[in-house]
Ligand binder design. Sequence first.
Ligand code: NAP
Length: 295
Amino acid sequence: MNTIATTLRVGLIGNPVAHSYSPRLQQAALDALAIPAHYELWQTNPEELSARVASLLSPTYLGANVTVPYKEAVLPFMDVVDPLAARIGAVNTIVHHDEYLYGYNTDAPGLLHALAEQGVGQKLDDDHISFAGYTAIVLGAGGGARGAAFALVSAGVERLIIVNRTLERGQRLAAAVQQGSNCQVFCLNDPEFLIPHPSSLIINATPLGMHVAGEHTNNENASPLSANILARFASDTLVYDMIYHPTQTQLLCQARILGFRAVNGLSMLLHQGALAFTLWTGEPAPLEVMRATLF
Ligand code: NAP
C-alpha cells in the first residue's frame, strides 16, 4: 500500500502560525487513536486564503483550524455554518465532509468546558453546560470576548457584564447578544461601575498581560483590572485569563495573591482542540493525551 497516498491531512490556517501549540496537541491525539493523519502549519497570506480553503475539498483533507486573522474571513467560503459560529461571526474549525465544507466555532464551547472543569457552570446530561444563576464579567469586546459572550448567553448565564476599553464596541457586542435586560456594558477605564455588581466569574479577553514574541511593549506586565478593583469581588470568584503565554499573567498573579481561583487559557485551548478533533474524526478526543502536551 502507498502510505503517502493514504495519509490524511489537517492543519492550521493563519498568519502567523509558527508559534502555535495546535500541532503537538492534535498530532498526539491523532497518533493515540492511530489515525493516519498529519497535522500541518499552513501559513497563509490574505491573497492565498480562498485557494487555501478550497484545497480542503481534496479527498485526503479532514479539515482545518483557523486562527488570527482569518476567523471571520473564512465564513463566506463555508458551504454550511453552524448556528453558534454564525451568531458569533467567527469560524475556528473547518470540517471537510462529503465534498462540503462545514464551519464551526469551538473556541466558545471550549471556554465553557474549561470553566466547567473548574466547577463553574453545571454539566447537563447531554454534555451541554448550563450557567443559569451565574453572573459573568467579560473583559474585552473583540473576537475572544464575542465568543465568550455568545457562549455564556446560550448557556443561560443570568447576568453578563461587558467591560471594554472602547465603550461603543462593548455596546455593539451587548446589542448583538442582548437577551432581555441582563447584559450591561462599562468602560474599562471606569471600573468603579463594577463595584455594585458581585460576580462569580471574571474572564479576561483582552491581550493585556500577553507576551508577544519580538515585541517590546508593556503588555506583558499589564493587567486589565487593578488589585484594588479585584479585591472588591467575592472570595469564591473564578478569574479566567484567556492568555496562556505567559502561563502566569499579571492578572492571575493579582488574583492568586487575593486568594481567588485563577486559571490561564491553556484549558480553553485544550478544549477547543478536543472539540475540533471530534468534529474531524468522529471520535471522542483523548483529552488526557492532549492535556499532557500542554501542561
Ligand atoms: P481582539 O479581537 O483583537 O480583541 C482585543 C480586545 O482587547 C478588544 O476588546 C480591545 O479593546 C481590547 N484591548 C486591546 N488592547 C488593549 C489595551 N491596551 N488596553 C485595554 N484593552 C485592550 O483579540 P482576541 O482575538 O479577542 O484575543 C484577546 C486575547 O484572548 C488574546 O490574548 C488572545 O491570545 C486570547 N485568546 C485566547 C484563546 C484561547 O484559546 N485560550 C482564544 C481566543 C483568544 P478595543 O475594543 O477598545 O480595541
